[in-house]
Design a protein around this ligand. Structure first.
Ligand code: MGD
Ligand code: MGD
Ligand code: SF4
Ligand code: MO
Length: 712
């Protein structure tokens, strides 16, 4: 395999430095690694480079330690004759021929939609482009979805409904100009630490700035804020509408902006005026003083910058929450100007790039959608496919994909760069889907993982630092990562693996990419003229600098802020007011399951811990699963601090060590979802969570389900 050698086997003897986007959160810090003899000797960040200007959080700073533990890497392709048996090493040729044959057999026997692909916002743009092209274009199934469905799909739908297009209007520089920071449903101190550091610096330097955090828990973020609004879980729409209604009542409307650049304001105003403020307040379960304080801040013109993440997205009313927040910005004219706007935080390093590539079940590259005839025809033309090749019907989204596998409708599941046996809501279903499918392909850089236990084929991926690839961070900044490490064994870049299978199936010409740069060039062309235009980001430019889209031609400097002319991407060019109605979370507590459970993250761990779980400095900070419980509830249910308890829901149970604390609301529990079955049987929080989802975005409610607590 000469091609493979030239792509990855560049052992670097001399000490040298390479830079790459941090493989963890969507802040997208650029990290410099000094390497000697294929070992990282130092991790640092360049004070002159966007977006982090020298800052790193402990996860990024401890990347060196990740590579000091070479065990646990998946280094060779492997096949498993029978489930439950150890896999045996095979050559790439064998593995790829096996996959190509099996996919075609299954397609022939059961139809195109018996195939499904489940990917990740941690794959680079090149990889995401190639799998999307293979499945939606050439295997002709839109059964392509990613963990972004569990993460970003409500944010996508919110932006599309209000502005006519996905993607944030804002950039990190806005932090330097904002007056009021509204952080709603995001624990930035923990999950976007470097960005939160920038906010704290601004707060320290400008005495008049204010930070408001809206979260049912008094998080680290809330602790650093001027106001903490400990609202009842799921009540964000009610909360935002009280604020908007009160501001309307005192005439806080940016009338000129509203008249010239928005539509549907009258309906919005009537809707708000008709709402019963007491009922909304009761739904939020907060002291009215919190409302007064925020209304006071916003009653005079002030630059409002709002950050939001899973506390709004992962909800059965996730899209409504996002739209209610954008409504508030439209009412105040706080969008398209410096220091203001609704800023959706992306979780994973390339969740933004994946959206641009169109890797959700209803999307196509360049913010196109499969349901639009012109969009399909354009992409078919670019891919040199006969008209009608791309299905006009959206494919299965994440949860229904695994449900279909559990029913035997989806027969082949290809999973890359995600660990759904741990991270999907209600893991009974995802695990049953994995068990029942005839063919499970798992492409990861580590082995074992919980999902790999179900795999028939294991494909070794090169990981961070071991390949060239491009990612887009939360502020639309597109950054090219360099290769400075040689991957172990025969691990290969993800895009190469997808292209190799495509060529073996018979799509030789369309997947004849010889480098990731060649993939980028093809993708970049497809974005021309779209809202996320990256045509001007040539390989030459990306090798030297990073750029924010839209960037339509090779001399274009990129775009710091969008909508500065107040022209939106709806057919009329005007932003849309909507009239969402507050709905509580779908699952209600009752006598058997009297408590609410919300789930999330800790600062020192990343998701299912395949990397951060190997770094002693990080593990020591949170060594085991825990559950936060209010002292009153601890009394009522006879739970002592530090004791192990079971959380039991209508679907299953998990256990964790009780942490009695006043930082959580009464009636609510919180547990992180980092500890899967490889840590210990029954520690996975997702044994308990519900797959009830937002009706529009299909994003599951990972932020609320009903449970009871039992002694373990
Ligand atoms: N350390 C670390 N950082 C990460 C990650 C990680 O695994 N570890 N993962 C990354 C990824 S992929 C993502 S998506 C982001 C997620 O980043 P965040 O969204 O900040 O993370 P979460 O902890 O899931 O949830 C945020 C907060 O929402 C609150 N919340 C729950 N219900 C509600 C509600 O109804 N309303 C409101 N307003 N708040 C609510 C929770 O109490 C929690 O504090 O983090 C990224 N960064
Ligand atoms: N209860 C609950 N569940 C949740 C959430 C929650 O808040 N609560 N949050 C949801 C959200 S927002 C997210 S984003 C998901 C995250 O959930 P997952 O995506 O399942 O979590 P990760 O552990 O990040 O899995 C990434 C996998 O990719 C592998 N990997 C890393 N780099 C590469 C690479 O370059 N190539 C390949 N092929 N593999 C690689 C890692 O080893 C790891 O196995 O979890 C979701 N699940
Ligand atoms: S803030 Fe996010 S991107 Fe930056 S170093 Fe930490 S985990 Fe990495
Ligand atoms: Mo996420």
């Amino acid at each position: 395999m000469i091609e493979q050698e030239t792509l990855t086997k560049r052992i670097m003897k001399d000490e040298r430095t390479g830079k790459a986007v941090c493989p963890y959160c969507g802040v997208g810090c650029v990290i410099s690694a000094t390497v000697r003899d294929n070992m990282i000797t130092k991790i640092s960040a360049d004070a002159a480079l966007a977006p982090n200007y020298g800052m790193l959080c402990p996860k990024g700073a401890h990347l060196k330690q990740v590579f000091q533990r070479p065990d646990g890497r998946l280094a060779y392709p492997m096949l498993r004759e029978r489930r439950g048996e150890p896999p045996r090493r095979v050559t790439w040729d064998e593995a790829i021929a096996f996959i190509a044959n099996r996919l075609q057999d299954i397609q022939l026997a059961h139809g195109k939609d018996a195939l499904a692909f489940y990917g990740s916002g941690q794959l680079d743009t090149e990889a995401s482009y190639v799998f999307n092209k293979l499945f939606k274009g050439f295997l002709r199934t839109n059964n392509v979805d990613t963990n972004s469905r569990l993460c970003m799909s409500s944010a996508v739908a919110g932006y599309v409904q209000s502005f006519g297009s996905d993607g944030p209007p804002t950039c990190y520089e806005d932090i330097q100009h904002a007056d009021v920071f509204l952080i709603i449903g995001a624990n930035m101190a923990v999950n976007h630490p470097v960005l939160f550091q920038m906010i704290r610096k601004r707060r320290a330097m400008e005495a008049n700035t204010r930070i408001v955090t809206v979260d049912p828990r008094r998080t680290q973020t809330a602790a650093f804020s001027d106001i903490h609004v400990p609202l009842a879980p799921g009540s964000d729409v009610a909360f935002l509408q009280i604020i908007a209604k009160r501001l309307l009542a005192i005439g806080r409307i940016e009338r000129r902006f509203v008249r010239r650049h928005t539509e549907n304001f009258n309906a919005y105003q009537n809707h708000l005026e008709g709402l019963d403020e007491d009922a909304l307040l009761a739904a939020c379960g907060i002291h009215p003083a919190r409302i007064d304080e925020l209304v006071e801040y916003l009653s005079k013109p002030s630059r409002l910058l709002s950050f939001y993440c899973q506390g709004t997205n992962q909800s059965t009313s996730g899209v409504d929450k996002n739209v209610a927040l954008i409504n508030l910005h439209l009412q105040l004219g706080e969008v398209g100007i410096r220091g203001a706007g609704p800023f959706s935080l992306t979780g994973q390093p390339n969740a933004m790039g994946g959206r641009e590539v169109g890797y959700l079940a209803h999307q196509l590259p360049g913010y196109r959608v499969v349901t639009n005839d012109m969009h399909r025809a354009y992409v078919e033309g670019a891919w040199r496919l006969p008209p009608g090749s791309i299905d006009a019907k959206p494919g299965l989204t994440a949860v229904p994909m695994f449900e279909a596998a559990a029913k035997g409708d989806v027969r082949a599941l290809w999973i890359a760069c995600t660990n759904p046996a741990v991270s999907m809501p209600d893991t009974k279903v995802s695990q049953e889907g994995l068990r029942r499918a005839d063919l499970v392909i798992v492409q990861d850089c580590y082995y074992p993982t919980e999902t790999a236990e179900y795999a028939d084929v294991l494909l070794p991926a090169a990981q961070w630092g071991e390949k060239i690839g491009t990612m887009t961070n939360s502020e639309r900044l597109v950054v090219r990562s360099e290769q400075f490490l040689t991957p172990p064994g025969e691990a290969m870049p993800d895009w190469w693996i997808f292209a190799q299978v495509a060529k073996t199936i018979g799509f030789k010409q369309s997947f004849d990419f010889h480098s990731s740069e060649a993939v980028w060039d093809e993708y970049r062309m497809l974005t021309a003229g779209t809202p996320c235009d990256q045509l001007g980001m040539t390989n030459e430019r990306l090798a030297k600098t990073s750029l924010r889209w839209p960037c339509p031609h090779p001399r274009h400097p990129g775009t710091l802020r969008r909508y500065t002319r107040r022209r939106f991407l709806t057919p009329s060019g005007k932003a849309q007011f909507h009239t969402p109605v507050y709905r509580p979370p779908e699952e209600k507590p009752d006598a058997d399951f009297p408590l609410g459970l919300t789930t999330g993250r800790v600062a020192s761990q990343w998701h299912t811990r395949t990397r951060t779980g190997k770094v002693p400095q990080l593990v020591k900070k949170e060594p085991e699963p825990f559950v936060e419980i209010h002292p009153d509830d601890a009394d009522a249910y006879e739970v002592r601090d530090g004791e192990w308890v079971y959380l039991v829901s209508r679907r299953g149970r998990c256990y964790a060590r009780a942490r009695v604390t006043e930082t959580i609301r009464r009636g609510l529990l919180f547990t992180p979802f980092h500890w899967g079955d490889l840590f210990h049987a029954e520690t996975n929080a997702n044994n308990v969570t519900t797959s009830a989802a937002d009706p529009v975005s299909k994003q599951p409610e990972l932020k609320f389900c009903a449970v009871r607590i039992e002694a373990a």
